[in-house]
Design a protein around this ligand. Structure first.
Ligand code: XMP
Length: 515
């Protein structure tokens, strides 16, 4: 991102799962922010000249051994501070107050009462709900501080030393579950730090381009382009930064949607004039997938084959040092949690799975962004709406939408059916309101009758879901008229399918893809 020039907020990360969310909230108010570790030196902080510092929450208790303690000189810098959850407890501890370990943790939605509505709590109600997540609580506040909010379990839910512009909140204003959370952050930025709202996606593009140019110099960047919004945006951004030094590679694995290759060539080669290396690897993938039924096995084969093709092709391109990827912040979180104790439900295959032995240095310009921010960025970069707003499409493609063995015949039937689903959802102007809509091919045949003739063909499942992030989803109550239209068209236009069913399972318990 950009240098800490004017009006930037520094976020010191004490290990909260919400740290990036704080940065995102600040961006929403058009202010630039930078996240650094909690132990960033005072001299470094001074060099950055932030207009405000936010101390994030964190999983620790100030009394645990090996807990993150910042440098308490930070409170003497004359820079306004907002300390959140653990950050507030550490501030209290560092400034001579007292924090005690509680028997019970306070977790979840809690009603709060504001005792002082100046600056931080300006223009919000006196009582509202906030999101709490803490074990320790404060029994004694430091000298020159006052308590500015309380809850029934937490007498010190918020504190302030207004003369020194030091503020602390026990709850998390950055999460959407906290009413007025956005307003509290806005108040901090504008009433406490006097920031000007002068950051936007244009500034993001400028600073990202500068960074990419500086990192890459005269070298080349390779980018695996899938045509999805993330890799397309990363490619468009890298292209803006270094033009012809960018080479995009599009691998046709034979599991793509109808017209996908043509679309990618049209947009990226013809309109953006990006160097595009198209690799036809259909046969390689389909041979490896022959008779494979197990979904995880399919995913592994596709992942490994992708890496093999990518490496072979990359080596043909000569000495390339950098690889650009459209990794987003939720992908970063997901890969972290994959290392944790939670069970693997599905092995997601992205380019992120490329082996470390590749020796290509990673460029991940979207790493701090969330999906909706990437869409804004894509728009700003001039990508067409069909890329900006397109539904997610899984890395292993149609392979996870054919249940059982994959054959060319089944791929053709699914491709045509899926095309009709997309067309009708768009015709009925529902595409933008839905997270995903697609067809699935079931490996069973049922009897039908068409024009007095008996048919014995495949079943097509329809899936349409609403979701914010793909983690949970609700099935879409599509009007009967649309279902009727789609079913009719599939049965009449697609050879090999004679029955259509609609999936009314939410996630959980179902997943979005059938596999
Ligand atoms: P599930 O099926 O796990 O899907 O409920 C959640 C979301 O993730 C997408 N998905 C993938 N995306 N690579 C991707 O980039 C994958 O391997 C993959 N598998 C599932 C899925 O389409 C849905 O939006």
């Amino acid at each position: 991102m950009c240098q800490m020039s004017k009006d930037a907020i520094l976020i010191l990360d004490f290990g909260s799962q919400y740290t990036q969310l704080i940065a995102r909230r600040i961006r929403e108010h058009k202010v630039y922010s930078k996240i650094l570790p909690y132990n960033t030196s005072i001299s470094e902080i001074k060099k950055l000249k932030p207009k405000g510092i936010i101390l994030s929450g964190g999983p620790a208790s100030v009394y645990d051994k090996k807990v993150p303690h910042g440098d308490s000189h930070i409170f003497k810098l004359n820079i306004p501070i907002l300390a959140i959850c653990y950050g507030m407890q550490w501030m209290v501890y560092a400034l001579g107050g007292n924090v005690v370990q509680a028997d019970k943790h306070e977790y979840g939605r809690t009603s709060i009462e504001i005792l002082d509505s100046s600056k931080l709590f300006r223009s919000i109600k006196n009582k509202f709900f906030v999101w709490m997540s803490h074990g320790d609580y404060i029994t004694e506040i430091p000298a020159d501080f006052e308590v500015t909010a309380q809850t029934s379990n937490t007498p010190v839910a918020s504190i302030a030393n207004k003369a020194k512009n030091l503020y602390g909140v026990q709850f998390h204003p950055e999460v959407t579950h906290t009413n007025y959370g956005k307003k509290i952050i806005e108040n901090y930025l504008h009433n406490v730090c006097n920031c000007t709202a002068n950051w936007n996606m244009k500034s993001f593009i400028e600073s990202s381009c500068e960074n990419i140019k500086k990192t890459v110099g005269k070298e080349k960047i390779l980018c695996a382009l899938s045509g999805g919004v993330d890799s397309s945006t990363a490619a468009a951004l890298a292209h803006k930064a270094i033009g012809d030094q960018l080479i995009c590679m599009f691998i046709d694995n034979g599991l793509l949607r109808k017209n996908e290759l043509e679309r990618v060539i049209e947009i990226f080669q013809k309109n953006f004039h990006i160097n595009l290396d198209y690799v036809d690897a259909k046969n390689r993938f389909l041979e490896k997938l022959n008779n494979v039924v197990d979904p995880e096995e399919k995913r592994k084969i596709i992942g490994n084959e992708f890496i093999a093709v990518f490496e072979e092709e990359a080596s043909k391109l000569g000495n390339i040092k950098f690889l650009a990827q459209g990794t987003l912040y939720p992908d970063v979180i997901e890969s972290v949690s994959i290392k944790g104790p939670s069970a693997t439900i599905k092995t997601h295959h992205n380019v992120g799975g490329l082996p470390s032995t590749m020796k290509l240095k990673l460029i991940e310009p979207l790493r701090d962004l969330f999906k909706d921010e990437v869409r804004l960025l894509a728009k700003e970069l001039g990508l067409p709406d069909e890329i900006v707003w397109q539904h997610p499409f899984p890395g292993p493609g149609l392979a996870v939408r054919i249940i059982g063995a994959i054959t060319e015949e089944r791929l053709d039937i699914l491709r045509e059916s899926d095309y009709i689903v997309q067309e009708e959802i768009k015709n009925y102007k529902l595409y933008r309101n839905i997270w995903q809509s697609f067809a699935v091919l079931l490996p069973v045949k049922t009897v039908g009758v068409m024009g007095d003739k008996r048919t014995y063909e495949y079943v097509i499942g329809l899936r349409a879901v609403h979701s914010h992030d793909g983690m949970t989803a609700d099935w879409v109550k599509l009007p009967y008229e649309i279902l009727d239209k789609i079913a009719n068209r599939i049965i009449n236009e697609v050879m090999g399918a004679n029955r259509v069913v609609y999936d009314i399972t939410s996630k959980p318990p179902g997943t979005i893809e059938w596999e």
